[in-house]
Design a protein around this ligand. Structure first.
Ligand SMILES: [Cu+2]
Length: 493
């Protein structure tokens, strides 16, 4: 299905340390709010086209679309409770926006073109302001033609530090991405082709960590690292095998979870997901250990090597606590929750686009096939509750009463994985295929396997029209999105 994977480009680049990532402009200022002056942390992002060094010489630089001329965009790093102001300049030739993935922001700051704001025209500027309510690992990216804008490199990490973080020796961010590069090192411009749209999305041939094909990452024996992994790929699902090392998951999608080892020793990240792990460096000095991505079994490859220096940091594993402090999320009241069903359908199966064919259409197979091919060529390939979205302005698929608890039973009726993302809220993942989850983890993007049923729960406490969509960006573009409305406080549904 993928012709090449991690081609013979030489892998000689070292990781940029997160400390070296430069935030173009950081300032403090005062914003008048009522009678009080509120201090905010200010950042400036410029979306534009720039050559970047994704693959090592002698390959050419790659012309990417990126923030502040770098991949990933600058790491926005603040403390929980900070007020953030981000001024976004659009130097692209097309409209854009910035969405703060996983941040529980007011609806007007959510950055979804046409739904929550007018997109930023070329040459124009838009200022986002919101509070860092939750501590954790988040990211930002456009929500306008995302399949191409994110796919060409427009994204960056957003880290909200806890007031009392857990103790580690180093706090590292790795933004993972997957590119489809042509032999000349340029981004293949076959964005939005029918095959990617109707199968598993745009899976590429070159994986980068913080914008570089990374060969080695240096560590010290005895060192404890908090590694914040962010999957910024359009479609690639990562399944990282840490080999001799034992990562402990401490947060998923920014939200703390009881520290635990990954299931089957494989750390799985669907597109847009984040996982924070704590890793103790238990290897020997001067040795190196390979991290492998083996999510697609037939496409296993070496992600990076951990290389130990000759100077150990300590000779035993520290006994420091790994439990992160909880974020201020409302706990859903499952006994009094409103229940909803959502079914995802569509995509290629046995050579044709399948969706739930209701009523007579299901009996008239030839007619149904004809209409399915028609839907496919019109770009309607994926469906939520039988509807393929054509644009972001939609009648809400669900209207939820503000302040109420809601349980959504989601059914993936397709043959493919889908990372389902809900804006403006985090939700607990209650069960998978009827089996309760061990940690009832809070997430904003949940990876559903083929034919899987996943039950989520949350309190609808953030009013507005929110996107609910697959984060395989080709699936989103081909219909797999909807709008969930949360009413204003006191408003009846
Ligand atoms: Cu999908």
């Amino acid at each position: 299905m993928y012709s090449q994977l991690i081609p013979a480009l030489s892998r000689r680049f070292f990781l940029k340390s997160s400390a070296a990532i430069f935030v173009g402009s950081v300032a403090s200022g005062y914003l008048l709010r009522g009678a009080n002056a509120v201090e905010y942390k200010e950042f400036r992002l410029r979306a534009g086209v720039n050559p970047v060094r994704l693959v090592p010489e002698p390959n050419d630089m790659t012309n990417a679309w990126c923030f502040n001329g770098q991949i990933p965009g600058p790491e926005i790093r603040v403390q929980q409770g900070d007020r953030i102001r981000v001024i976004v300049d659009n130097a692209l030739d097309e409209e854009t926006t910035v969405h703060w993935h996983g941040m529980r922001v007011p609806n007007a700051m959510d950055g979804v073109s046409h739904l929550t704001q007018t997109p930023i025209a070329p040459g124009n500027t838009f200022t986002y302001e919101f509070d860092a309510v939750d501590a954790g690992t988040f990211w930002y990216h456009p929500h306008q033609r995302s399949f191409e804008q994110v796919g060409r490199g427009l994204y960056g990490p957003l880290i909200v530090e806890e007031k009392k973080p857990i103790r580690v020796d180093r706090d590292i961010t790795w933004v993972l991405d997957d590119w489809r590069l042509a032999a000349d090192g340029q981004i293949s411009d076959d964005f939005g082709n029918l095959h990617d749209m109707s199968h598993n999305g745009r899976v590429g041939n070159t994986v980068t960590i913080n914008g570089q094909v990374l060969e080695k990452f240096q560590v010290r024996r005895g060192e404890r690292i908090r590694l914040r992994l962010i999957n910024a790929a359009n479609a690639r699902i990562f399944g990282i095998d840490f080999g001799e090392h034992e990562p402990v998951i401490v947060a998923i999608d920014g939200q703390p979870v009881a520290p635990h080892k990954p299931k089957n020793d494989l750390l799985v990240l669907g597109p847009a997901m984040r996982v924070d792990v704590v890793i103790d460096m238990v290897g020997d000095i001067n040795q190196q250990y390979t991290l492998t991505d083996s999510f697609y079994r037939e496409l296993k490859y070496r992600l990076v090597d951990l290389v130990y220096t000759n100077t150990p940091l300590r000779d035993r594993i520290p006994d420091w606590d790994m439990q992160l402090p909880a974020n201020p999320l409302s706990e859903p009241d499952l006994g009094n929750a409103e229940r909803h069903d959502v079914t995802f359908s569509g995509g290629m199966m046995g050579g044709m686009v399948m969706q739930e064919m209701g009523g007579s259409a299901g009996h008239e197979l030839m007619g149904a096939m004809g209409s399915m091919m028609g839907m496919m060529h019109s770009g309607k390939i994926w469906f939520i509750n039988g509807i393929a979205a054509e644009g972001p302005i939609m009648e809400p698929m669900l209207t939820l009463s503000h302040g109420r608890s809601h349980v959504i039973m989601m059914t993936n009726a397709t043959a493919w994985h889908h990372p389902i993302h809900f804006h403006g809220h985090s939700f607990r993942v209650l069960s998978r295929n009827g089996t309760p989850t061990r940690f009832k983890e809070w997430q904003d993007t949940v990876l559903m396997g083929p034919k899987e049923r996943v039950e989520i729960a949350f309190v609808a406490d953030n009013p507005g029209d929110w996107m609910f969509h697959c984060h395989i960006l080709e699936h989103q573009a081909a219909g797999m999105m909807g709008v969930i409305r949360v009413t204003e406080p006191g408003e009846r549904t």
